[in-house]
Design a protein around this ligand. Structure first.
Ligand SMILES: [Zn+2]
Length: 420
């Protein structure tokens, strides 16, 4: 970690906690004998209460470690004896309608829970490790997958550019970033917004359908039956669509059809695995899309990351270190007087952060970018040109959010954003 991460402020905690506990979890893991049904129920209920996205049951030589991922960060919840694991594993399998006697195959199941009015969908994955069954429960909650576009974290400027692209209703819009960066939320929220007046035929091809959107015609790929993204897209084109969402562009054929569909009067939304917007543009060229077709079809590219938000209940102002000030000056041309940092409190379970927000860069295809694509400029030249024209990068958007006290510099840099 670079030295600018050092906080140097005595009233801020030195390092982040990697364990999280609640009164119920403390009681649970102090028991010597385990009763499977309440044990599993409590862990799930507490993990959902902590806004976890995953729960891990990880067997080791003598114990099973239970961890959970909260706002993208892994926390230790507790552990129990390996001897108790068979009954815990059976209970989870019964809940997710899996065969409790099956111990070898990889198993996938799911179940839904209604926790005090919150409908939570839990997907269960079980795989065999050298010490026994690794169980991962992935938690999906509708309110965190679909939200109003205005709640996603777009700055005023990027929000305007994005909405402007959507209004054209014809062409291709891509969202990119690594796994778990919130692409699905951005795309689902966008589709939900486009569907507000129920005036479009919105069709999707996804792998898998992560959430059912009301009024949207969703399809799922079946690769073993040859129903791939490319095949799904061909099918959709025969069904008079206005808006098409293709889960991901990862091969030449899908790239080709998606680009061509954007040229024939539909709005096509998709995602690409790339670090930033310029990277995504070159990804499509690398997949063999002709530059003149890309120039004609592509409206723009959104790149994004998720950062944790400071806990509003316990955040306090801190002065920047000289290194942080210098870094800021270099990146933004400004010197902020203070940042906000959480101290830890009951509201955030002493995690100092609560919830996440997106940081974004939005590359709009304008004549300048198209000229560079046409002349086959390199990625570096494209980035430098954009920067000299005031393009707001992911890093700058993140730093701006730290300056406004929404998050911390540590959190922005933890997301390993391109800093040059
Ligand atoms: Zn707090």
């Amino acid at each position: 970690m670079p030295s600018i991460m050092d906080d140097g402020n005595s009233n801020a905690p030195a390092s982040e906690p990697k364990t999280v506990s609640t009164r119920f979890l403390k009681d649970l893991f102090s028991q010597t004998k385990v009763d499977a049904t309440p044990f599993v129920n409590t862990i799930i209920r507490e993990a959902v209460g902590l806004a976890s996205s995953d729960i891990f049951f990880e067997p080791a030589k003598n114990t099973v470690r239970v961890r959970s991922r909260i706002d993208g960060v892994m926390y230790y919840l507790g552990e129990f004896s390996l001897d108790e694991f068979p009954q815990i594993s059976s209970r989870i399998k019964v809940l997710s309608q899996l065969d409790p006697t099956e111990k070898r195959r990889i198993q996938e199941g799911q179940f839904t829970l209604n926790l005090e009015g919150r409908v939570v969908n839990l997907r269960v994955e079980i795989a065999q490790t050298i010490h026994g069954e690794l169980i991962v429960i992935r938690i999906h909650e509708k309110q965190s997958i679909v939200m109003p576009l205005s709640d996603l974290g777009f700055s005023k400027k990027t929000d305007e550019i994005y909405r402007d692209m959507l209004r054209s209703m014809s062409g291709l819009i891509l969202v990119c970033g690594p796994t778990g960066c919130g692409k699905t939320t951005t795309l689902y929220s966008t589709i939900n917004q486009l569907n507000e007046n129920q005036t479009y035929n919105i069709m999707t091809i996804e792998d898998p359908v992560e959430y059912q959107l009301q009024g949207v015609n969703q399809m799922q790929t079946k690769n073993d039956m040859g129903f791939t993204f490319a095949e799904g897209l061909r099918t959709i084109l025969r069904l008079s669509p206005d808006v098409i969402f293709v889960g991901e562009i990862r091969d030449r054929e899908t790239a080709q059809i998606a680009v061509e569909s954007g040229l024939t009067g539909q709005l096509v939304l998709s995602s690409v695995h790339a670090e930033d917007s310029v990277g995504a543009l070159f990804r499509l060229l690398d997949l063999g899309v002709e530059s003149y077709l890309l120039n004609a079809a592509l409206l723009g590219i959104v790149a994004q990351r998720l950062v944790r938000k400071n806990c509003l209940e316990c955040q306090i102002p801190v002065s920047p270190t000289p290194e942080q000030s210098e870094y800021f000056l270099k990146t933004t041309g400004r010197s902020p007087k203070q940042f906000m940092v959480g101290k830890g409190c009951p509201s955030c379970q002493n995690l100092r952060y609560k919830g996440r927000t997106g940081i974004y860069e939005v590359l709009k295809m304008d004549s300048k970018v198209r000229d560079l694509v046409r002349s086959r400029a390199s990625e570096d030249i494209l980035r430098d040109t954009l920067k000299s024209h005031g393009f707001l990068t992911l890093l700058q958007d993140g730093i701006e959010k730290a300056e406004r006290g929404v998050t911390t510099i540590d959190e922005v840099l933890r997301n390993s954003l391109r800093s040059s």
